[in-house]
Design a protein around this ligand. Structure first.
Ligand code: PBG
Length: 307
């Protein structure tokens, strides 16, 4: 009688790979999640694929000394993220969708998703050029999907043009279309060793606004997004529903680091049942209208959803 069915292939596993590690580095606010070395990234990716997970979303964590104001490491073919994409694509071929985070924040010394103008504000249009370079580097490294997560205006159209110009017509764009300025990204900042001071509220959305999401989604669709994403997920189920009614491309939702941390922490104390909370949260996100769910539990949850 179940109306909503989650299958392992609906799940995407976000993964962190860090430069210069001898062994994986656990992320204290996300029990069970780690910054991977290249080797453990490969084995964890293989495990996810074996579990039936549909895709992997890769974030690179450069050494602190390799960060600069423009996040140049992100576009370097020898940068940590591009090296990881190359290795995974070779390991996994085309059976698993390989997605790359197309953003500067992991690579900038100030930790913002864009480059800064002289007055310290984000320079939207100057940032787009960096995103274009980043996307091409990721496509060359083997990403099937680039995922601009910085919420700059015009990022999807700009990246599409640059990819097409470089003959990457078949590389898809997963647009972080409705991304809210959220307390729930806290653990992620630890996960990528972010040096961010201040907030991203000037380019991410205000949680009190729903119609603004609909406008952001419409713009990204018009610019050529192949998938649109809502983020975070559990506190934004109404936005997922609204987006699924509006979008004519698949809708993704990101169960973010803080959602993972909250459920994990409560479960560790024995206050909620971990497996039930995972199944219920992912089923609810799917029921709200998501076709794809990004979750740090992807590999673990896949076994629970395999029927
Ligand atoms: C920014 C980015 C963030 C996340 C994914 N991409 C952080 C932010 O916007 O501050 C957060 C994901 C999570 O919390 O799990 N490039």
């Amino acid at each position: 009688m179940a109306e909503t069915v989650v299958q392992p292939r609906h799940l995407v596993l976000p993964m962190f790979v860090a430069d210069g590690l001898d062994q994986p580095h656990p992320i204290s606010s996300m029990p069970g999640v780690q910054q991977h070395t290249m080797d453990t990234l490969r084995s964890a990716a293989e495990e996810a694929v074996r579990a039936g997970v549909g895709g992997l979303m890769i974030f690179g964590v450069p050494a602190d000394g390799d960060k600069d104001a423009c996040g140049a490491q992100g576009a370097d073919p020898d940068g940590i993220l591009n090296r990881a994409l190359r290795v995974l694509r070779e390991d996994l071929g085309d059976d698993t969708v390989l997605m790359a985070d197309t953003c500067l924040d992991e690579f900038t010394d100030h930790g913002h998703c864009g480059v800064l103008a002289d007055d310290g504000t984000i320079d939207n249009d100057a940032t787009l050029k960096h995103y274009g370079t980043l996307a091409v580097a990721q496509a060359e490294a083997g990403a099937h999907v680039v995922a601009p997560s910085g919420m700059m205006d015009g990022q999807v159209g700009y990246i599409r043009d640059v990819l097409d110009g470089a003959n990457f017509h078949d590389i898809s764009i997963l647009a972080y279309s409705a991304k809210y300025s959220s307390a729930l990204y806290g653990p992620f900042r630890e996960a990528v060793g972010s040096s961010l001071q201040g907030t991203r509220a000037s380019y991410q959305q205000d949680c009190s606004n729903a119609r603004e999401s609909s406008r952001e989604v419409a713009l990204d669709l018009a610019e050529g997004a192949d998938m649109v994403m809502v983020k975070p997920a559990m506190m934004y189920l109404d936005i997922i529903r609204q987006t699924s009614e509006q979008s004519d491309v698949p809708v993704a939702a990101y169960q973010v680091s803080g959602e993972y941390a909250m459920i994990s922490a409560a479960a560790q104390r024995g206050w909620v049942d971990l497996d039930r909370a995972i199944v219920e949260s992912l089923t609810s996100i799917k029921r709200a209208g998501a076709d794809i769910v990004l979750t740090y539990w992807a590999t673990y949850a896949a076994s629970m959803f395999r029927s």
